[in-house]
Design a protein around this ligand. Sequence first.
Ligand SMILES: [Zn+2]
Length: 766
Amino acid sequence: MTVLHFLETISPFAHKKGWIHWESGLSRTLTCPACHTTQSMKTKRSVASPYSTHRRYRLYDCTFCGTAHFPDVSAPVYEHRPPSEDEEKYTAPKKFYVEQGAGFESMIAPFFWARSPSIKTLLEVGCGYGFSLDFAGRALGWKALGIDPSHIARHGAQELGLPIMDGYLGADTELENMPFDLVFSSEVIEHIADPDPFVSVLARAAGTKGTLLLTTPDIAGLRQERAVEEIIPLLSPGSHLVLYSEDGLRACLQRAGFTNIEVTSTGETIYAFAANDALYVDFTAPIDRQILSRYMQDRLSAKEMPAHLRTGFAGRLLRLQTDNGDYQAALKTLEILQQHWKTHFGLDLHAPDTIENVAHTNQDFDEYAAAHPFNLVIVLYCAGILALNETQDQDLALAFFKACKRCYAVMEPVLTAINASDLDSRNLAHEAALLCAGVLTQSNPAKAISAFESLDPFLIQAYADRYEKTRLEVFAAAANSGDYASAERLRPAVEAVLQKGPCQDDFEHAAAMGLAMMALNYRFDRPDGLFWLQKALNNAPDGPQWESMRKVWQTQAAAYGTELLVHGGQPAFTRKRQEIRAALQSASLTPKDFAIAEALGLAYMDDQPHIALAWLERALPLASEDHQAVTTARIADTHTHIFLQAVNAGNMDEAAKTCSAATGMANVNDDPGLHFALGLDALNRRCDLAEAAKRFALVADQHDDPALSVQGAFHLAMVQARNGNIPKAQQTADTLYSAANPNAALVIQLVGKRQAELDAAIAATA
Ligand SMILES: [Zn+2]
């Protein structure tokens, strides 16, 4: 009702810009029509009047219940105009409503929430054309009666064959079957300045046993960040008088005396159920799609039917079947439309390329309506989905999606000119544009990229996720098929997305692979190639394709390592050790990889000797005879290194593992540091005092490192004391602390304070 009335009353008057002003303005003392609180209300927005370019309507907000109202707009007259006035003026808006504009599913959804076996009779107040009335009667088997004073209701009564009374429901109107099990009034209460008389009339029709069901636009939908075309239907200036909040609508129902009230909102529309008897409402109950589908098919089976009605039912059924994946049935419905539209519009759905392929010059609404079905965009979208998923004809799917885009481009300015819009068509046209790019990736990656680049900027906001996925998809298709020049155009954006973290899905893995291929084969940047290969292969799905990519990664890493060694030596190699190591971690190495494995061993020697050891051990079997001795020595060296670290850190387990290698090394190279570590290990872990004494004596006797010599002598004396060898301990201590000791200064500095400790140890043993 809202859309239709709006289309009738609005003449092409205003551009979107300046249509709504969001600044706060005047205050006025007003009484809220919903909760009856009187207060000083502020206006936060004003809307252009559809009747005069100079007038603006101010919307005032109730701070108590959140309802807003237009105090300066008076209710329009809904009674039917004399047909002589010019009935034709309403043909195009009615056609739009019947074919596409009526939100069929949102109208009938509450019937399923309230559907209990006790409902047998329905009164719909303000039923408009009567779609919901028709569904209740035909599909649900209710005895359904409508009442509405508008001319559109007379059309509905005639075209759908419905019992609709012409007029308003009054306080003393007597109707057959009154009271009704369900009294329904959808999108009416917002057109009335004072809701109380209206609600009490509805309450009377429901009686003490019946249920009242109201729907109305939700003020919560009026948000500044939304597009103007999304809030036009909500505001409908000059037609809507009160925009309710859930609390406001509840207050109205409470004043009418209802004891049981259930209210919910989709954010766009408030639904309220009210009864005096027990109320059974399940807001989560879905529409029964079988019932809906049977209803549409039943309607379509009629031989005689106005053309716009057949278009509307067939289009809605096609959408339903397509969404449900019932493709065989959907193809039959498409065939009904094909025959119907060929006759009425000369449109050939078998040849989508021929549809809307001539540039149009500013058609007005009536001209457009005469030449087009209003659900053309929706039908072409569904046909594309069927071609893609059922017929599996990608060329045909592409032709449908392209036609869908073209048709929306023609329809949009026609609707915009009368300040209307069709969000459903808009969304599917954008979806089709994304699918175009997606479908093209299979056959022509370059064209897919062009299609992606020509997408409406609107998509970037409204479909951010899908948009990004499509970008990755078309990029990967081009890059991985070798069309690097096309892919290059999207590369910076794709890199920015993938740099954020590990790949999350197949799209991202494929795009990372594309970036790697471009780096290696097009930009000749091997380090970058390795970076993207690593990203692509990390957590990559299983499959032979990824296995072969892993080989590429390993080969490239080995080549890169060799380059670095040749040009920059070990230091250059060490700087890039992580990239190369990641690639070769699980590679099966061959003798030609010996240099890389060895270089990795050396690169980690100082700071991560365990990693160094693993690589040297992988290198050893690859080594030529000349290299074997050196590599073996490096392995022993690394063990020693690990042993030294372990002893210093007090890591007993690690020391145990590497002790024998370190002992072997100490016997070969006579390193005092290693002897000292072996002494500490023998003392603390192995409890081998003889071995400890031997190692500390070697350290004490050397002259290369005086500080270590002092430490060796001190530890030797301690071990001797603990062994009970008092004279020896005393002798070692005397030598250490003698004034003649050439290292006397170092002794004081390093162990001087521990002399008392040593004395005590000797005394205790004695
Ligand atoms: Zn209020």
